[in-house]
Design a protein around this ligand. Sequence first.
Ligand code: PBG
Length: 328
Amino acid sequence: MRRLVHRPRRLRRSPSLRNLIRETQLSAHDFVLPLFVSEKVERRCAIASMPGVFQLSLKEIVDEAQRAQDLGLQAVLLFGIPEKKDEQASGAYAENGVVQKALRTIKSKCPDLVTITDVCLCEYMSHGHCGVTRIDGDHFHVLNDETVDLLVKTALSHAAAGADMVAPSDMMDGRIGAIREALDAGGFDQIGIMSYAAKFASAFYGPFREAAESVPQFGDRRSYQMDYANPDEALREVALDIDEGADIVMVKPALPYIDILWRAHERFGKPMAAYHVSGEYAMINAAVEKGIVEERAAVLEIMTALKRAGADVVITYWARELAAWTRE
Ligand code: PBG
């Protein structure tokens, strides 16, 4: 008599069969495109370290938003570069600030595109730090509560100008709760909060600081961004932001912090975002230029890894290309 032997097999013969049983799928809906709008440029200005990324004028940002929507993207994340900076970051919450103006025009042309705004003061501060600073001799302090007050004003002015969601990236304590409360009180209870919950002091933000013109003029950001050696602390930060009312919690940078992403996803089951940051983008691009890796294959592999690790949303400078690649 013939004995049946069940040998474990992997079904992987044809592409359609592979698609049928694929656990992680990517689509244009997964990605958010960061856009930089500058009051200082008339025409798009290339960022040397980030091929394909530009500072856009107020006129160009609208077309770029429209293009993103036409490609099938659901959302953009706006960063502003103001004409003038000062020590109160007044451009961040001015009614006619650069982001506020951009929001109004984008919303009038693309009402269905989700507009998320980065809420931070570093681009608007003359010293480039994310908060109000006080200098004592050789040391400087970022004043938490004074900063939170300005962040609240910024978030409110973005909501008033048409933002669908605000994304505080400063890492001050208590800012999510303060912003949530102010939004609700201001009649913006439908405006969401995506918090940069686990944002690490990282070597990978360099190209962004060139793009956003936010290099700190003294010191560094280690007193308010997280120590990358501390995963449990990161999870506590995520828990706090969820308690304070964050709708989406973010881990940033992405690939070196995939363990945090996974643990937060498993523990909290909340919508999660991963920010694949400028330095990560620049690294792959440099390797592509040298012919070391193939761009599309590398990017699809990274994005699948991030989704597999629990990201519902990935913020990436490749969002446009991904919209096309995932359609094919
Ligand atoms: C502002 C902010 C930064 C990034 C997003 N929001 C820079 C920083 O914290 O230094 C970095 C994004 C990127 O590198 O792509 N605080």
